[in-house]
Design a protein around this ligand. Structure first.
Ligand code: BJW
Length: 263
């Protein structure tokens, strides 16, 4: 039996008896749905439109409040392009396996929470119930004046920057969290509450470089959780976890569910 199979069995054994499971996901979980990650190893010969986003685009010119203030038209065009890509994508077997994990844990009275850095809503669409969106949602847009949010039609905006329907003359922005902005308080409080209580903690498809999300694994480990990374490559968390499952989450997670719950 390979080392990886042994580790998978060990993690499955932990999952079978876990009482409190906390999961943090990142862009890698949606990669097999065709959505581009932000960072990470990318083959040099890969077409530009499949490479990690921050290899083609400058995050400081797109994913900061200053960038929006300086050029709202460019920023909203870019986010509208990505919004339509997320709406066109479908959940993959990794998303579905996490929804199944929640159902199994909940059915025996355990506690499950999924914290995602993803803005694509694919966990919800796969059937996950207790999802906390750390970095907001690209599917929702917000009036910069009143703070009201709504889900625009699944078609491109007609004007850029798009005008707010809530306040004359105000603009809309995606309801995501940019660099330098605070995460939603209720979501952050839930993470600070639940991560230290976990007995099993997963970090999945994230490079673990963006804080505060990257710090949750240590909060859990400090209080005694068994920590597991699922990722295609090494990350900033790899040396800090108890077990590493190396490979695509869309393949590893369904196998884990099958082993743990014999489905
Ligand atoms: C696969 C796979 C497959 C591929 N299967 N795996 C402490 C220390 C240092 C810095 C800071 C700190 N605290 C705060 C900061 C500053 C900053 C930060 O962390 N900077 C670092 C980059 C250094 N953090 C912030 O600014 C945060 N705000 C904050 O802390 O506010 C404080 C505050 C308080 C009060 C008032 C005001 C402020 C906000 C961070 C917001 C991040 N926003 C973005 C954009 C969201 C909108 C959008 O979508 O455009 O969020 S940036 C981007 O990175 C996005 C992601 O959610 C986030 C994380 O990326 P993720 O998900 O990890 O993706 P990748 O691409 O990095 O990794 C993909 C992984 O998948 C790779 O490992 C692959 O190998 C793997 N993979 N295919 C499994 N099939």
């Amino acid at each position: 039996m390979s080392d990886q199979t042994n580790i998978l069995r060990l993690v499955a054994d932990r999952l079978r008896v876990a009482r409190r499971v906390v999961v943090v996901t990142g862009a890698g979980v949606s990669a097999e749905s065709g959505l581009r990650t932000f960072r990470g190893a990318t083959a040099a010969d890969m077409p530009k439109d499949m490479q990690a986003l921050w290899r083609e685009f400058d995050p400081m010119k797109l994913a900061t409040p200053e960038a929006f203030d300086a050029n709202p038209e460019m920023v909203t065009r870019w986010y509208d392009w990505r919004r339509l890509g997320c709406l066109a994508a479908e959940p993959n077997p990794g998303h579905t396996a996490l929804a199944a994990m929640e159902r199994h844990i909940a059915s025996r009275g355990g506690d499950f929470a999924l914290f995602t850095q993803n803005v694509d809503r694919l966990h919800h669409r796969a059937g996950s119930q207790r999802v906390f969106e750390l970095h907001g949602s690209i599917i929702e847009w917000r009036c910069v004046q009143t703070g009201e949010t709504f889900e625009p039609e699944p078609t491109p905006f007609e004007r850029f920057p798009p005008p707010s329907p809530f306040h004359p003359g105000a603009l809309l922005r995606p309801n995501v969290v940019w660099f330098g902005e605070a995460l939603p308080e209720s979501v952050l409080l839930a993470a600070f509450d639940l991560a230290p209580k976990a007995d099993l903690f997963f970090t999945i498809g994230t490079s673990s470089v963006v804080y505060p999300a990257a710090g949750f694994v240590e909060m859990a480990a400090r209080e005694g959780a068994f920590t597991v990374e699922v990722n295609k490559d090494d990350t900033a968390a790899t040396t800090r976890v108890d077990a590493v499952l190396r490979g695509p989450s869309g393949e590893i997670l369904p196998r884990l569910i099958e082993l743990a719950f014999e489905v």
